[in-house]
Design a protein around this ligand. Structure first.
Ligand SMILES: N[C@@H](CCC(=O)N[C@@H](CS)C(=O)NCC(=O)O)C(=O)O
Length: 199
């Protein structure tokens, strides 16, 4: 398998999940400003994460890739069984992180966003974080309760963006504690190091 990535971006979630299951994989960093013709031919969507499988097939979309990785090694227990109510709950969390939280950050990373667009984005991110804070403030360790899952990995990566965007986590203490818990995992430290990020 080969994972195409951008350091610290959402592809870090797929990267961490691959390390959680102890998969053998290669990493290829893409040049976001100057995407190669080879990458665009392989993945016309033009973004990461993109995961090529050993049979040449390509998977894209974090929420799908994360579940694929979890299903590759059920004993790692990163996702409930397919078809179960709990699996639907996991998909609910993955979808929230992808379409509500992750995408709310997008204007903050675009060079051509106006200050008004950035302010609106910060407000939207705050609202999306409020929901997660409410969920975690019942004392659960993870989104699914007591079980760590791929949704936690994705949430960790996206919530980490509150650092570079200077939103911070002071208003969301349960998320801040969650971030510390997830950051302590060996897989996370190894992935951050491999992407050249401060662990
Ligand atoms: N719908 C995609 C979105 C992926 C995405 O937003 N990737 C970003 C990094 S977080 C990216 O590759 N940005 C570079 C670009 O689009 O040129 C998913 O959920 O995986």
């Amino acid at each position: 398998m080969k994972l195409y990535y951008l350091p610290g971006s959402c592809s870090l979630a797929s990267h961490i999940a691959l390390r959680e299951i102890g998969a053998a994989f290669d990493l290829e960093r893409i040049d976001a400003a100057n995407k190669s013709a080879d990458f665009l031919a392989l993945n016309p969507k033009g973004y990461v994460p993109a995961l090529t499988l050993d049979d040449g097939d390509l998977l894209t979309e974090n929420a799908a890739i994360l579940q694929f990785i979890a299903d590759t090694k059920p004993s790692a227990a990163l996702a409930p069984a397919a078809g179960s109510r709990e699996r639907t709950r996991l998909q609910e969390h993955l979808n929230y992180v992808a379409t509500e939280l992750h995408k709310s950050f997008s204007p903050l990373f675009k060079a051509d966003s106006s200050e008004a667009e950035k302010d609106a984005a910060r407000k939207k991110v705050a609202l999306k974080l409020d929901y997660v804070e409410q969920l975690l403030s019942d004392g659960r360790s993870y989104l699914m309760g007591d079980s760590f899952s791929v949704a936690d990995i994705y949430l960790f990566v996206v919530a980490n963006w509150t650092g570079p965007t200077e939103i911070g986590l002071d208003n969301w203490p349960s998320i801040a504690a969650f971030q510390k818990r997830i950051a302590a995992r060996e897989s996370v430290q190894a992935a951050l190091k491999a992407e050249g990020l401060a662990a």
